[in-house]
Every structure is written in structure tokens, then in C-alpha cells.
Design a protein around this ligand. Structure first.
Ligand SMILES: [Zn+2]
Length: 133
């Protein structure tokens, strides 16, 4: 895909930029604008090899049908990764769900990161808690 013009992120900040979907990248960029503090991307698009590494020991048929594979999810950490910044980040993600920017929101509050997606395949909206791998 052609890389969109983003205010806050460079292509090289992504492990799998070619997997990422343009509309999702624009939403991520908008989220960063609203937060006003840096966001570190700890996981973005994933191919099957990435999934096998992340879920090593889990049989492939039990790997999640992850929106990361569709380029419609990121795992992020605010900088600094404090409870206060995480609360503000969650505020802006949920605000983008309420205002229709992320209508298909999947939101995970994990131990060290926040996952969000805007997926058109899985049941959405969805909210869960998780353990960072
Ligand atoms: Zn994730």
C-alpha cells in the first residue's frame, strides 16, 4: 500500500508496515494527536511467522484470529508508561469509539501495553484484559 501522510509516526517505527491498513494508521495518528504524548508501538502488523513466535507452544489452530494479521491493530505504550498516561490513553481510545472514529473497537488493557483495533471480522465492540507477552 502507499504510506499515508502521518503527523506522528514514521514507517520505520513499524515492524510490518506493508500489512498495515491506511484507515487504521490515520486513526492511530489521530489518537496520538489527541493524547499529546508519545506512543511506542510494541506490536503492529503480524505475519504467520510472527504469530508462531508470539504464540509458540500454542497449537496453530488455537492461535487467535488476530486483527494484527489484517493490519488493523496495534499494541502501544504511552511514554512514560504510567497509570496516569494509560488512563488518558484509554480515555482517548474510548472517545474515538464514541465519536465513531473507531466504530469496530477491540480494546485490551494488558499488563504492560494497551491493544486496540478497528476490525471488520471479529465481534465488535469488544473489551478484555490480558497479560503482555
Ligand atoms: Zn495486540
Amino acid at each position: 500500500m502507499s504510506w499515508p501522510e502521518l503527523n506522528n509516526f514514521e514507517r520505520r517505527e513499524f515492524s510490518r508496515p506493508d500489512i498495515m491498513q491506511e484507515d487504521f494508521l490515520l486513526a492511530l495518528d489521530e489518537l496520538r494527536d489527541r493524547c499529546g504524548f508519545p506512543l511506542v508501538i510494541t506490536s503492529d502488523g503480524r505475519n504467520q511467522q510472527d504469530m508462531d513466535r508470539i504464540y509458540s507452544g500454542v497449537p496453530r489452530e488455537n492461535h487467535p484470529n488476530s486483527p494484527h494479521k489484517r493490519g488493523r491493530a496495534v499494541d502501544v505504550q504511552p511514554v512514560p508508561n504510567t497509570p496516569a498516561k494509560r488512563i488518558i490513553l484509554l480515555h482517548h481510545i474510548t472517545g474515538m469509539y464514541i465519536d465513531g472514529t473507531l466504530p469496530r473497537l477491540g480494546l485490551e488493557v494488558a499488563t504492560r501495553h494497551i491493544h486496540f483495533d478497528n476490525d471488520d471480522v471479529l465481534t465488535r465492540p469488544w473489551l478484555w484484559v490480558g497479560k503482555s507477552r
